[in-house]
Write a protein that binds this ligand. Structure first.
Ligand SMILES: Cc1cc2nc3c(=O)[nH]c(=O)nc-3n(C[C@H](O)[C@H](O)[C@H](O)COP(=O)(O)OP(=O)(O)OC[C@H]3O[C@@H](n4cnc5c(N)ncnc54)[C@H](O)[C@@H]3O)c2cc1C
Ligand code: FES
Ligand code: FES
Length: 456
């Protein structure tokens, strides 16, 4: 029998806190309803507006996506704790002077996003400011004043870097392990056998549970974010292995991440989501629109899973059976995803990842496409292409690829329409709230044409 009543321990705004977790509970609800920290706002409740931003171990996250189980042994900084620092006063003053505040609903989130950005990057470019704040929405001020405010705050803060020392947070020490926050894969398998469901970043699962579309019918969740062996990335014998519970931001920052995967993962959501969402979650969701998948398909990715009967290594294209359906048994956990690195990817040339969405951030793909190719002086020697969001699973055709390989470069332009015809027969896009089927098909074929043009 698993003791769910055991307390979670963390620090909130510098104070050690201990509470009985409801496993499906969001950090946002703990902070607002149980701790009365109403400076953490609820806007969308879906990870899209940033009004619930807090710092978890000094990293920006959206509290509406974070399951409380994750915070065991962590430090949380809310706007109320941050408001006691000199850095807050410099940023808040810059916002006031720049006219970057009207109703103020979004402002705590923007201030914490600014703090997270400037702590890491004291002289950000305008582009870096836009990227750092891209997960925060303001419905009244407009963004020009906000960007001016961040520029001004950066200018002041860069002359007094010592103020950041005061914002260092200290997770509680000497805390005992929590049964729903396992530290080893073996412990997680025991939980799976007892009917528990793993939650990684929670950016899909927690939102669905909260919206009444539960992933776990019994609500029995455990956090897999504290298992060190699921948080590594390394290369071995021509393959790269990415731990299933490594946050996307850490994968992107790793020199071991291949550039085409870095490009695709950088297109996912915004910093607050990427700081906690994982590649394991992206793969296990089995969404045909997931941005990690087309790249992993063309890199011949394998999904490595462990369960009571041992380890299985499953090609990704087999692992994903359909939308939301995989070969994973409920008693198994994905430990890592591995992929090969063809020469073209190692050289960081001859690859492309494109995503078309309603806006640049926090929008699932209407269509996405990954491709890589190799050409010598005369002909195509390697070609791989995968299209997402245009069929129940990502589409990759080895037959078409084989017919492209061996084509002389001079013959490429005359063959393109033939190949586009073959691809269009494989695509069966749907019309949904994000796009029409016609738009998806047209866009997918346009992206494939761009790849062929780049090859020639
Ligand atoms: C605002 C917003 C924007 C988004 N934008 C994008 C986007 O642009 N592109 C995109 O692809 N996705 C996007 N997403 C979806 C989501 O963030 C990603 O799919 C993310 O990678 C999911 O990872 P996670 O760790 O949060 O998964 P979780 O929500 O923790 O888990 C998802 C599923 O995987 C299972 N699971 C997780 N890890 C394991 C494991 N190790 N073993 C077995 N099962 C496991 C869970 O049980 C659950 O069923 C967005 C989400 C939000 C909220
Ligand atoms: S409430 Fe909108 S991101 Fe959390
Ligand atoms: S100031 Fe009103 S939402 Fe931003």
């Amino acid at each position: 029998m698993i003791n769910r009543i055991k307390n979670i321990c963390c620090s909130i705004d510098g104070c050690k806190v201990s509470f009985v977790p409801h496993p499906e509970q969001r950090l946002l609800d703990l902070l607002r309803q149980e701790k009365g920290i109403t400076g953490v706002r609820e806007g969308c409740g879906e990870g899209e507006c940033g009004s619930c931003s807090v710092l978890l171990n000094n990293r920006l996250v959206n509290a509406c996506c974070v399951p409380v189980l994750h915070v065991h042994g962590c430090s949380i900084t809310t706007i109320e704790g941050f408001s006691k620092t000199a850095a807050f006063h410099i940023i808040a003053d810059a916002f006031a002077r720049a006219g970057a505040v009207q109703c103020g609903f979004c402002t705590p989130g923007f201030i914490l996003a600014t703090a997270a950005l400037l702590r890491e990057n004291q002289q950000p470019t305008d582009e870096e400011i836009r990227a750092g704040l891209s997960g925060n929405l303001c419905r009244c001020t407009g963004y020009t004043q906000i960007i001016h405010a961040v520029q001004a705050a950066a200018g002041t803060l860069s002359s007094v870097p010592e103020v950041w020392k005061e914002t260092d947070t200290h997770p509680p020490t000497n805390i005992s392990p929590h049964p729903l926050v396992p530290r080893t894969v073996d412990d997680s398998i025991a939980l799976l056998q007892a009917g528990y469901t793993p939650v990684a970043g929670g950016t899909d699962l927690i939102i669905r549970q909260h919206a009444g579309r539960p992933v776990s019918a019994n609500g029995n969740l455990f956090s897999c974010m504290h298992i060190a062996e699921l948080q590594t990335i390394y290369r071995k014998e021509g393959r790269t292995y990415v731990g299933s519970a490594m946050p996307l931001a850490d994968i992107i920052a790793s020199p071991d991440c291949t550039p085409i995967l870095r490009e695709a993962l950088s297109c996912i959501a915004a910093p607050g989501i990427r700081n906690i969402a994982t590649l394991g979650g992206n793969v296990c969701n089995a969404s045909p629109a997931a941005d990690g998948l087309p790249v992993l398909y063309i890199l011949n990715a394998m999904v490595h899973v462990v369960g009571p009967s041992g380890q299985r290594d499953i090609p990704l294209a087999k692992y994903i059976q359909g939308p939301g359906t995989t070969l994973l048994d409920p008693t198994e956990i994905v430990t890592c995803i591995s992929y090969e690195e063809p020469d073209t990817v190692q050289r960081n040339s001859n690859w492309m990842f494109r995503k078309v969405g309603a806006r640049a951030v926090n929008a699932l793909a209407k269509v996405n496409c990954a491709a890589l190719w190799e050409v010598d002086t005369e002909m195509v020697t390697d070609f791989r292409l995968a299209i997402g969001a245009c069929a129940p699973t990502v589409i990759r055709s080895h037959d078409i690829e084989q017919s492209v390989i061996g084509t002389r470069l001079v013959d490429l332009p005359t063959s393109v329409d033939h190949w586009l015809g073959l691809y269009s027969e494989l695509l069966s896009p749907l019309t949904d709230q994000r796009s029409t089927a016609e738009y998806r098909l047209h866009t997918a074929l346009a992206l494939i044409r761009i790849v062929f043009v780049a090859m020639g």
